[in-house]
Design a protein around this ligand. Sequence first.
Ligand SMILES: NC(=O)c1ccc[n+]([C@@H]2O[C@H](COP(=O)([O-])OP(=O)(O)OC[C@H]3O[C@@H](n4cnc5c(N)ncnc54)[C@H](O)[C@@H]3O)[C@@H](O)[C@H]2O)c1
Length: 332
Amino acid sequence: MAKASVLGAGAWGTALAMLLSDNGHEVTLWSPFAEQTEELRRTRKSAALGEVELPESLCFTSDLKEAAEGRELLVFATASVYTRGVAKEVKPFVKPGQLIVCVAKGIEDKSLLFQTDEVKQEIPDALVTCLSGPSHAEEVARRLPTTCVAGAEDSEVAAKVQQLFMNRVFRVYTSTDVRGIELGGAVKNVIALAAGIADGLGYGDNTKAALITRGIAETARLGVKIGANWETFAGLTGIGDLIVTCASMHSRNRRAGILIGQGKSMEEAMREVGQVVEGVYSAKAALALAEREQVEMPIVEVVNRVLFSGLSAAEAVQMLMERDPVAEWNHI
Ligand SMILES: NC(=O)c1ccc[n+]([C@@H]2O[C@H](COP(=O)([O-])OP(=O)(O)OC[C@H]3O[C@@H](n4cnc5c(N)ncnc54)[C@H](O)[C@@H]3O)[C@@H](O)[C@H]2O)c1
């Protein structure tokens, strides 16, 4: 069994800490906020996960040195905007060849790097991998059957991550297409905003299905251009994650989209959802990446215009409907 720490005690970090504890590992959950650590320790419940009880064996700390030293596994589970900062801070405490699993979903503003690239830049001698898929924290914490993909360029390292996380209710596949996994995870938050907007406008299931499938088509188009495998987008971290995010009220991106579709501004929607709405950050970065790679991403483009340029939600959907007629697949 391994000594592991999960850095970030939000919904997902806490659910993964529970999962790793269930698997018999010795797990510490780190939060940067001492009050949050204290509350987790005292109540053995997480505000983000409702009434689920945290395992007795799970330890808590807000001391990064204590969390990181001597661990076989470090899971980076803060919201994606904090990943680089945590990597910088934790670097002095990690050993060469440290196994790191990134589970946040996002593209860094300006650098346009994915999570694993950011961490590799900060800690070049670590073994940096990712874990992603259709996996709401609330359901994983309730031990409902869930599937994910462990991504690493070296398939043996991916298999190691698979072995650490997999159990009877959490099935893990492996992949060496880290780029495709991370792109799917980041862009689906943008498409979920679009799906939410359509719901907020009162549109139906047809519109949602269109956004999901055309959303994955444009994500795959960009993915192939940056060296990802097309099949990844037909898998758990592509269409799988997009379906779960666009269909569920657990998704804060979809909830923010619904509010925008109902006429709220982006700022009002973010305030009402009350948590980091990663799709808002990823929208800009995904568009910049598409422009850099000269790939058309019409849904990502109109979401940006709704969020940042005052285009109304209804006009945005109409713009998508009135694009030039094209074949379904000839331009992927
Ligand atoms: N919630 C899910 O179901 C789920 C599932 C799969 C992947 N993810 C991804 O995992 C990541 C975390 O999601 P979440 O739902 O746990 O988010 P969250 O907002 O609930 O938690 C984020 C955590 O980040 C940490 N944090 C906050 N401010 C920080 C700061 N200034 N510096 C460092 N750390 C800080 C805190 O521990 C906080 O609890 C996201 O990228 C999300 O897309 C979430």
